[in-house]
Design a protein around this ligand. Structure first.
Ligand code: HEC
Length: 172
């Protein structure tokens, strides 16, 4: 009497263990499926111009210009003419957006600068992305400071035309 009951208890235990592990298996399978399904559209989804510009900057420009924009990218060491330091307000004030677009698309050679500055001809067909890349370059300086420097570069004339705020400027 005692033998069969022990056996059946064992087999019941076995069945219980099986039952306990089965849902665990199917659960983990279920968990993976939606993740894989979620990932696909993210990769395929079209990026916004701003997102694409960030990708362009990180993937192409940062090699030389650096994530900091100061021209300290790993590729800069090998260049004879060093990449422009984007964080210079004076330089930013001295260049127009159209000029930046031209050198970004055509490279340094297109504007008489060093050919070490690479061309990005594909961006000519993507004006929105190109505009965002220019914004990215501009983002390394404070917009208000840039405006100030531009006004200063235009001389006292522009300063006089601007509103009363300019009265605070004489401090040097
Ligand atoms: C292979 C290295 C390299 C890459 C990649 C590169 N640049 Fe440059 N870039 C340079 C160098 C070198 C200069 C300086 C050229 C000069 O002063 O003659 C420069 C200059 C510039 C200038 C300043 C031009 C001026 O008149 O001072 C801008 C703006 C610029 N790069 C934007 C970009 C952007 C945006 C990207 C990415 C789409 C990029 N660069 C990718 C090397 C690079």
């Amino acid at each position: 009497m005692s033998r069969p009951s022990r056996l059946s208890r064992l087999s019941r235990l076995f069945v219980l263990v099986l039952l306990a592990t089965l849902p665990a298996c199917s659960k983990s399978e279920k968990k993976e499926a939606p993740i894989a399904a979620e990932k696909k559209p993210v990769v395929k989804k079209d990026l916004s111009p701003a997102e694409e510009a960030v990708k362009v900057f990180n993937g192409r420009c940062a090699v030389c210009h650096g994530q900091s924009g100061t021209g300290d990218g790993p590729g800069a060491a090998a260049l004879k003419v060093k990449p422009r330091n984007y964080t210079s307000v004076e330089w930013q004030a001295s260049v127009e957006d159209d000029y930046l677009k031209k050198i970004i698309v055509g490279g340094g050679a297109s504007v008489g600068k060093d050919p070490g500055m690479a061309a990005n001809p594909d961006l000519a067909d993507k004006p929105e992305v190109l505009a965002e890349v220019v914004k990215k370059v501009r983002s390394f300086v404070d917009a208000a400071e840039l405006e100030k420097a531009r006004a200063a570069a235009k001389g006292g004339e522009a300063g006089a035309k601007a509103d009363g705020e300019k009265a605070a400027e004489p401090e040097k």
